[in-house]
Design a protein around this ligand. Structure first.
Ligand SMILES: [Zn+2]
Ligand SMILES: [Zn+2]
Length: 262
């Protein structure tokens, strides 16, 4: 059983992958269901801004659904940059889109990309980052938080990884707020393909979410290349079980549906 709920194509500014080729690769790899989650931002200063054309995106998904009918389920998702900022603008655009799934991400801090943010902020970078994630989960209209501890990807080569115990309070607040608002988390496998060599978030954070009563969990490769479609999902299933999850989730028109892990 492979469900990949974090996939980019050339509808995202930072991917060249062609949707049809991604779908063909998904079928080849035995993936049952894929959810495209293209980058989207309403803030004109962000690099993501202005790339996605919803009409073209949804039209291409509808074509792919016909072409791969009976072989692959395809869902319409989106990955929003800082959806707790400019909420009115996000709402205005998204209200009329037939979305199955919304990922919320902190890709920028005060409109700076994370690499620049790290270079400019001497200390407290993780603390500031997690506080921004907390703001997002407190008020954004999202289904799942993407790559909860993404900052470590950029920090690991310079200031290093973080320890959960150093940020226990803010991370617990993030997870408790998520649980209270029915927002899930994902196991993002792209960390295993980067220098971090850990999933986003780490197993300790996944375990903590489970211990606090969290159940909503999706699995995503965060692939930007055809050949990464479904990458690491089998390992993510093993990790989910290890962390005490009994199910993973898919989404249909933004409603979570449990898939039992055996
Ligand atoms: Zn992302
Ligand atoms: Zn992504």
């Amino acid at each position: 059983m492979i469900y990949d709920y974090h996939v980019h194509t050339n509808h995202s500014f930072d991917s060249q992958a062609v949707m049809n080729e991604v779908c063909a690769e998904a079928v080849r790899c035995g993936i049952q269901e894929i959810c495209f989650t293209e980058h989207y931002a309403v803030n004109p200063v962000l690099p993501t801004y202005g790339h996605l054309n919803f009409e073209h995106y949804i039209h291409e998904i509808e074509n792919a659904r016909e072409r791969y009918a009976g072989q692959l389920k395809i869902k319409i998702g989106i990955e929003l940059c800082e959806p707790h900022h400019m909420q009115t603008q996000y709402q205005a655009v998204l209200a009329n889109q037939p979305l199955d799934f919304i990922l919320g991400s902190v890709h920028n801090m005060d409109e700076r990309k994370l690499r620049l943010f790290l270079a400019q902020e001497g200390i407290n970078h993780y603390d500031l980052y997690f506080k921004e994630v907390l703001k997002m989960v407190e008020c954004a209209d999202i289904d799942v938080m993407a790559h909860l501890d993404l900052l470590k990807r950029y920090a690991v080569g310079t200031v290093g990884n973080y320890k959960l115990e150093d940020h226990q309070e803010v991370i617990e607040a993030i997870l408790q707020t998520a649980i209270a608002r029915n927002i899930g988390i994902e196991i993002n496998t792209s960390g295993w393909r980067s220098g971090v060599d850990q999933s986003f978030p780490s197993s300790e954070v996944l375990q903590l979410y489970r211990q606090l009563g969290g159940e909503l969990l999706t699995l995503g490769s965060d692939s930007h290349f055809v050949e990464h479609t479904g990458a690491g999902i089998a390992d993510a299933i093993a990790l989910a079980k290890q962390c005490g999850f009994q199910s993973i989730y898919t989404y249909h028109q933004r409603q979570p549906q449990a898939i039992a892990l055996d």
